[in-house]
Design a protein around this ligand. Structure first.
Ligand code: HMG
Ligand code: MG
Length: 323
């Protein structure tokens, strides 16, 4: 057997953010049926972790209202695990009732953002989370910890890498199985992301980390490279590059899932995702939202599919007319 054939496949796990981080910042609010169709299509494209919604105040984020009803409708047959954001005990009770597979507790490196987002300081959030993690774990629900503003905060300015490292370690110690490091406003470059990751990796192993890059300045893909080089194999992404955070003014969506899959497959890594199906879903949801497709890979594949369809129709027409 050749050495090529025995080399293990380098597998990357994608956490699809479109239905939550994606839709939470869109002006057009999708119906439950549209949200369900989006999630079903994403699962069908091979994504095995999907963040479905958020058990937050519907007054604050109306796009995420009825997340409980959405969970009731989910197709639960396949291997896909479905998660949701939880900010407090009220959210946890709703998540338990909805039988979520995983909850995401969310805090940040900066008080300015945490106060705007969930109304308390970073320290207060960690105190609040401790019993929530314990309760979720007791019930067998996995807990992901989100740490926002890892590069900079829209209210408090730049974040020191050591602060990110210390907070990531504290979330891990609370019992989170994974820490998602969020460049919430998408200002990082590999020049700032690499030292931040190096600091965090002193305290938390790569296998317990995920990266969550928003693409505001077009650096999302570039920022994945230092993460991959350092052994991180869990990436958050959003179909069609949807979204942003209502409490991070001016921030755009996560790095587009289509771009991430194209990059990883190009690097010889596996994702288990069918890129054509994913791109068709990105185009479909962009049309539902009445917005341009935010993924350049998605745009290119859509243009190619249209071209192929036109060419096939022309050939069929030529055949029906005969020689
Ligand atoms: P509050 O106003 O401080 O809470 O909100 P409260 O306890 O005073 O309650 C006020 C009202 O909210 C009450 O209702 C509660 O029942 C209700 P009222 O009596 O006025 O009718 N309430 C809730 N309703 C539903 N679900 C709940 C809940 N809790 C209280 N869980 C709260 C506190 C956290 C709820 C609020 O600030 C909130 O919902 N914030 C939204 C935060 C959010 O969703 N942000 C976006 C997601 S985070 C993100 O995008 C970043 C991330 O992607 C990573 C990155 O990019 O860096 C994760
Ligand atoms: Mg986000």
């Amino acid at each position: 057997m050749s050495r090529e054939a025995t080399r293990p496949v380098d597998r990357v796990s994608l956490v699809e953010m479109g239905p939550r981080d994606g839709l939470q910042n869109e002006t057009r609010i999708l119906t439950l049926e549209q949200r369900l169709a989006l999630i079903s299509r994403l699962a069908d494209s091979g994504l095995q972790r999907i963040e479905v919604g958020a058990f937050v105040s519907p007054k604050r984020v109306p796009q995420m209202a009825d997340s409980g009803a959405l969970f009731e409708l989910l197709p639960r047959k396949g291997p896909t695990r479905y998660g949701a954001l939880v900010p407090n005990s009220q959210g946890l009770q709703a998540a338990i009732a909805a039988r979520v597979d995983e909850i995401g507790l969310f805090t940040a490196c900066s008080d300015g953002f945490t106060r705007a987002n969930i109304g308390i300081s970073v320290e207060e959030s960690l105190v609040r989370f401790a019993p929530l993690v314990a309760e979720a774990r007791r019930l067998g629900i996995k807990v992901r910890g989100y740490l926002s503003t890892v590069i900079a905060c829209p209210y408090d300015g730049p974040t020191r890498p050591k602060r990110v490292a210390a907070l990531a370690e504290r979330l891990l110690d609370l019992g989170c199985h994974e820490i998602s490091l969020g460049d919430t406003i998408g200002v990082g470059t590999p020049g700032t992301v690499a030292p931040m990751l190096d600091a965090v990796l002193h305290e938390v192993p790569a296998g317990r980390l995920a990266v969550h890059f928003h693409d505001t300045y077009g650096q999302g893909l570039a920022n994945l490279l230092p993460a991959l080089e350092r052994g991180i194999r869990t990436i958050d992404c959003s179909v069609a590059g949807l979204g942003g955070c209502p409490y991070a003014p001016g921030a755009s969506g996560n790095v587009a899932s289509e771009e991430v899959v194209y990059l990883l497959h190009g690097l010889g890594m596996s994702t288990g995702v069918d890129l054509d199906k994913l791109a068709a879903t990105g185009q479909w949801v962009s049309e539902q939202l009445g917005r341009a497709n935010g993924s350049r890979v998605g745009q290119a594949l859509h243009a190619r599919a249209l071209h192929l369809r036109t060419t096939t129709a022309e050939i069929a027409q030529g055949e029906s007319h005969g020689p």
